[in-house]
Ligand binder design. Structure first.
Ligand code: FAD
Ligand code: SF4
Ligand code: SF4
Length: 586
């Protein structure tokens, strides 16, 4: 409106007469004019839906914001036994999903998870949720999937035995991901919580060798979580020569503190996690490291951050080249013959297919050649009715196989291979096993266990232990960015994750990423919109023109007095975080 239309009164007498009531208007139930009404709805924040481990992110971030870090840790532990581990190695798809990413930058959820994990209460106890059931569950494999399932099953009252073929529990968290990304004392602290619950982890017990499938008959249910560890072959001449090693073998030797002698020049073939970690380890062991990969860098399956760090540390990337043969002298590898490639049409994975360039061969000298083009499962021990597709166990929702009482999860069954997915699938399988042991229908239960419309399994939903700020959300609606009222938020710089200086990473396995400080954690937690969750910010209370919104005297939140709410919807419009909806009058 332009200024010329604004009428300015010099004194009271100039003002027109207006109608005011001199007695109560409470008899006038203006609510009867309404045909739509506002309602508070606890929706699903996109970050929660994006977390494969099923963490209640909005809840724990809110607790950090309030300075309640120890409570934040306990909230994380309800859903996931490995917050310290995930806070270091998870690829944080939650941050990609975070609504704040479209405003300035996503909330630093991964760093906050690590912060809560590293600031756990001094003496905390993970409580059992149910008394002993008398049922026994065997878990094959002690990686993140098997251990997450063991943790939840034990809390659900079942007796759990984990069989692990290697010397110590942890799977690839111990024998794959190197110390400079995941210190093993951190991993041990989280595994200890699982042991303290009474889970029996039997190491050096390989199912199929030390104990047969028949030996598991005494258990009421079995979970297969054996991962993928069989090195895929290059299929080239002299592949078995001395000096050619599998990526996981190299990483395992380092984890066991008996690193292989690599000599001065290590060449790594592959572009996934194993390849990048093998190359970074080679540098730390004093060797030069070159990665040879048949597509371009953009197609490498490894996490972009890891690629960047590897490059900064001095790993050389020789892309668009494929191995032809290993060159040997007296049975020992001395180099590898490679051929240039160019990218053709996309293959079934959606990535552009590498095509050989004729007459483009070249030789890369090497004292060690590390092969890391992928791993596959070793499932020789399985009974015939557990079916496989593309070498992996076929499972339905929540890890069910066709064999009654047998479940599977993690890398051995899923196409997506990462820690949070393995943890989430172990948790989902634990719920399915619990339902199976109790004679309940797993599929109908699954409907109420997931967060969001295609989300992850929630233990607090399963146990119905949530509060207003928990996964026990009253709606499966996921809050889109467009529903956030940005007028109520200011841009604010995201916390930077401190890293070890490049010079300090040489010849040692010290952790590269460092934790954020308390003040940085508070500032970042403060950036959270709390999408779809009422924080009692009072906006609705202040904006309601009918004074129909009041603080609830006995519970968290507000009451709406529908006798006087005319259904104008201002409260819903002004809610910063889309924690209200307008719905038709019934
Ligand atoms: C080098 C490397 C780095 C990685 N980095 C990351 C990362 O930074 N972030 C991320 O999210 N993911 C990462 N991943 C992927 C991630 O580690 C896996 O997806 C995850 O560990 C899979 O968990 P899992 O429990 O299914 O299997 P695993 O962790 O593989 O555990 C399976 C366990 O089963 C045991 N086992 C196998 N067969 C038997 C048997 N017959 N009897 C008894 N025990 C058996 C194995 O010894 C092993 O301990 C990485 C993987 C590798 C190889
Ligand atoms: S586990 Fe991964 S996806 Fe889940 S909250 Fe942590 S960083 Fe995010
Ligand atoms: S702003 Fe907060 S609640 Fe919303 S998606 Fe991001 S972390 Fe989750």
């Amino acid at each position: 409106m332009s200024n010329e239309h604004i009428v300015k009164y010099k004194n009271l007498s100039e003002m027109p007469e207006v109608v005011i009531s001199s007695s109560t208007m409470l008899w006038n139930h203006t609510g009867s004019w309404r045909y739509i009404r506002p309602r508070y709805v606890n929706k699903v924040p996109p970050c929660n839906q994006g977390c494969p481990a099923g963490n209640d992110i909005e809840n724990f971030v809110g607790l950090i914001q309030q300075g309640k870090t120890e409570e934040a840790f306990m909230v994380l532990k309800e859903e996931n036994p490995f917050p310290r581990t995930c806070g270091r190695v998870c690829y944080h798809p939650c941050e990609t999903a975070c609504n704040r990413a479209r405003f300035d930058r996503s909330v630093a959820i991964n760093a906050l998870e690590r912060f809560a994990g590293d600031h756990a209460p001094k003496n905390y106890t993970i409580k059992k949720q149910r008394p002993d059931s008398g049922k026994r569950v065997a878990i094959i494999g002690s990686g993140p999937c098997g251990l997450a399932a063991a943790y939840h099953l034990s809390r659900l009252g079942h007796s759990v035995t984990v069989y692990e073929k290697l010397d110590r529990p942890g799977g690839l968290l111990r024998y794959g991901i190197p110390e400079y990304r995941l210190p093993k004392d951190v991993l041990d602290s989280e595994i200890n919580d699982i042991i303290k619950l009474g889970v029996d982890i039997q190491c050096r017990k390989e199912v199929g060798k030390d104990i047969g499938w028949q030996g598991l008959k005494e258990f009421d249910a079995v979970l297969i979580a054996t991962g993928v560890h069989k090195n895929k072959k290059l299929g080239i001449e002299n592949e078995t020569a001395l000096g050619v090693v599998a990526g996981l073998e190299l990483l395992k030797s380092i984890a066991q503190k008996m690193p292989l002698d690599l000599g001065p020049k290590t060449v790594v073939i592959g572009g996934g996690n194993t390849a990048i970690d093998a190359a970074r380890c080679a540098l730390r062991l004093g060797s030069e490291a070159t990665i040879l990969y048949h597509r371009s860098r953009a197609e490498m399956p490894a996490f972009v951050d890891e690629l960047d760090e590897a490059e900064k540390e001095g790993v050389v990337f020789n892309i668009l080249s494929q191995p032809v043969r290993v060159i040997t002298e007296n049975g020992r590898a001395t180099g590898i013959e490679m051929r240039k490639t160019r990218l053709g049409d996309p293959d079934e994975s959606g990535r552009r297919r590498p095509e050989p360039v004729p007459d483009s061969e070249f030789v890369v000298p090497a004292s060690t050649i590390v092969t890391a083009i992928g791993e596959s499962p070793d499932l020789a021990f399985l009974p015939p009715d557990v079916l496989l597709k593309w070498g992996k166990i076929i499972i339905e929702k929540f890890g069910l196989t066709k064999h009654p009482g047998v479940f599977a999860g993690g890398d051995v069954a899923l196409a997506e291979q990462n820690v949070a997915v393995a943890i989430g699938s172990g948790k989902a399988a634990s719920m399915a096993i619990d339902a199976y042991l109790n004679g309940a229908d797993i599929n109908s239960a699954a409907e109420r266990l997931v967060i969001g419309n295609h989300g992850q399994a929630s233990m607090s939903a399963y146990l119905k232990t949530g509060n207003a700020h928990s996964n026990n959300r009253s709606s499966k609606m996921v809050v889109p960015f467009e529903d956030i009222n940005l007028n109520h938020f200011e841009k604010f710089e995201r916390s930077k994750i401190p890293k070890l200086k490049l010079a300090d990473r040489k010849q040692n396995f010290n952790e590269v990423h460092r934790g954020i400080t308390k003040s940085a954690a508070l500032l970042d937690a403060n950036r959270c919109f709390h999408c779809g969750v009422c924080t009692m910010c009072d906006n609705c209370f202040v904006f309601c023109p009918d004074i129909s919104i009041t603080h609830s005297p006995n519970k968290w939140g507000y009451d709406i007095n529908y006798d006087f709410c005319k259904g104008c919807g201002i409260c819903v419009k002004e809610c910063p975080r889309s924690a209200m909806i307008m719905e038709d009058e019934k």
